[in-house]
Design a protein around this ligand. Structure first.
Ligand SMILES: *[C@@H]1O[C@H](CO)[C@@H](O)[C@H](O)[C@H]1NC(C)=O
Ligand SMILES: *[C@@H]1O[C@H](CO)[C@@H](O)[C@H](O)[C@H]1NC(C)=O
Ligand SMILES: *[C@@H]1O[C@H](CO)[C@@H](O)[C@H](O)[C@H]1NC(C)=O
Length: 477
């Protein structure tokens, strides 16, 4: 190629390229799945040529991950009592049968934690200066608590985008003024679908009311903190939140239930799913040696299988023994403590860490036994693997109810983890081919979507950054 041609190609390349924006990703350590979702968004925007900072105010110090592979990270301790979250009932016993994420013991800790994160940031002049000096064009935050919107205002960031690492939630709908009739729009923390009996509708009103109530309690605390430091003339956090331009939600059009929506809420489900890699030699050996196929079991990053009560561990192992021609890989954090327990079960491989996506995409992996966290469920769906789902807490009941309705999952209650129920569920998924067919078809649809979630994130973020004064339009509601 001549020099002229090279210059021409360069000129076209650079002129065609959009402006590079400075983007703040606000990512408190609420949990691995939340931080990972935000990190994926960060990497996506970084790869598109933007300047990105992943800013992590620490809420739960045990969440060490930063979620991003490539972006710079600013991790800051801001709480008065950094050990607060250690006592969260969920962390003490994630398998507790009677655990209620909307119960007072849980919500009080979260509200207190978020309030401390809020005042710790808003009162820290040096931190605010450091962040302000970046001159961010746009900020992106999950909607959980409202303090971020006050922070963005103080940093002079003209506009922001909301996200949700969970699927659609009531509070996102509320911010965008979308009606959400509780007669057929199930709350994010319930186990209902769009078809509810009269009694279920009443339950939906209660769970949804509890969740909104908790958010309102937090909003009031955060407004009080903001106004204490910056005067009562400062706009209310709720009004600032309503200026959000868009929302990126971890949901998929073909999976999510129908509901009223606005096109400013954009489904980007699957953004967190990595590309499958080849399995390591060690895992390949196990998979190849399997007779009829492999079944993977994992309760996710928060609930360690090692913490299961012995009775339930045995129920799971006896179920596995009922399927001797299958090989079971179980994500089990401390197998060294239970060597004797596993010794009698030759088709079971406990592993401290499992290459989940790589395994799910392997043709020999037939079923995934999961807690139904949105990331795990999405990885199952995009790999076309049917699931047996044992939801433990949070949005998992909801996710699983939708998966069952879509015909890709069989539900087992955590209160009912015994050999009979697990064996019946496994038989159903292995013998009724509808599960595999549905899962494969859903995976193909998602893979062939005309617009990829990553492109949606990049294009919409650039659009919002360009029209910064979007936030001054009265577009709420
Ligand atoms: C973020 O975490 C990844 C994976 O643990 C690590 O490789 C990377 O260095 C971290 N980035 C920063 C800036 O700490
Ligand atoms: C769960 O397992 C991980 C990995 O082994 C460990 O770091 C963590 O402390 C465990 N959590 C609990 C509550 O035992
Ligand atoms: C393993 O098998 C041996 C021999 O059948 C038995 O004595 C032992 O109780 C079994 N252990 C467990 C944990 O099931």
């Amino acid at each position: 190629m001549s020099m002229k041609a090279v210059l021409f190609v360069f000129a076209v390349f650079f002129c065609g390229h959009t402006e590079s924006y400075k983007i703040l990703i606000y990512s408190p350590t609420l949990g691995h799945s939340h931080v990972n979702f935000m990190g994926k968004i960060a990497d996506t925007l970084l790869d598109a040529g933007h300047e990105v900072l992943v800013y992590i105010p620490v809420l739960d110090p045990d969440v060490r991950s930063n979620g991003t592979k490539r972006a710079p990270v600013l991790r800051v301790d801001v709480m008065d009592d950094p050990t607060l979250l250690k006592n969260h009932p969920l962390k003490l016993n994630p398998f507790n049968d009677n655990f209620d994420i909307l119960g007072d013991d849980c919500t009080n800790i979260l509200v207190e934690g978020y309030a401390q994160v809020c005042s710790g940031q808003l009162s820290n002049k040096a931190l605010l200066k450091t962040l302000r000096d970046h001159h961010f064009d746009i900020a992106i935050t999950e909607l959980f608590g409202y303090c971020a919107f006050g922070l963005f205002k103080l940093l002079g960031i003209p506009t922001n985008i909301l996200t949700s690492a969970l699927p659609m939630t009531e509070v996102i709908g509320d911010v965008f003024g979308v009606p959400q009739p509780l007669s057929y729009v199930p709350g994010i923390f319930g186990s209902l679908t769009d078809e509810m009996s009269y009694k279920e509708r009443a339950m939906n009103v209660i769970t949804s009311g509890n969740w909104r109530g908790m958010q309102k309690q937090l909003l009031d605390r955060e407004n009080e903190i903001l106004h204490r430091y910056y005067g009562s003339d400062f706009p209310s956090l709720e009004d600032l939140a309503k200026k959000s331009a868009l929302a990126f939600v971890n949901a998929d059009e073909f999976f999510e239930l129908p509901r009223p929506i606005t096109h400013r809420i954009i489904y980007v489900g699957g953004i967190g799913v990595q590309n499958a890699q080849k399995l390591s030699n060690e895992v390949t050996k196990i998979v190849d040696a399997s007779d009829k196929g492999v079944i993977l079991l994992s309760f996710g990053s928060l609930a360690n299988s090692s913490l299961l009560p012995m009775k339930k561990k045995l129920a799971i192992l006896r179920t596995m023994a009922n399927f001797p021609k299958y090989t079971f890989i179980w994500k089990y954090e401390r197998p060294e403590d239970d060597v004797e327990l596993f010794a009698n079960y030759s088709n079971v491989y406990p592993m401290k860490w499992v290459p989940q996506v790589d395994l799910l995409n392997h043709p020999k992996v037939k079923v995934f036994i999961t807690h139904g966290g949105m990331n795990s469920l999405t990885e199952a769906i995009t790999s076309g693997t049917p699931t047996i789902a044992i939801p433990l807490f949070g949005d998992q009941d909801h996710n699983v109810a939708v998966a069952v309705k879509r015909g890709v999952s069989v539900f087992v209650s955590k209160r009912n983890i015994d050999t009979e129920s697990l064996t019946a569920a496994l038989q159903e998924v292995l013998e009724n081919e509808k599960f595999e067919l549905n899962a494969k078809r859903l995976a193909q649809m998602i893979a062939k979507k005309p617009i990829k979630p990553k492109d949606l994130i990049v294009k919409w973020t650039e659009f919002v950054a360009e029209f910064q004064d979007l936030s001054n339009l009265d577009i709420a509601g």
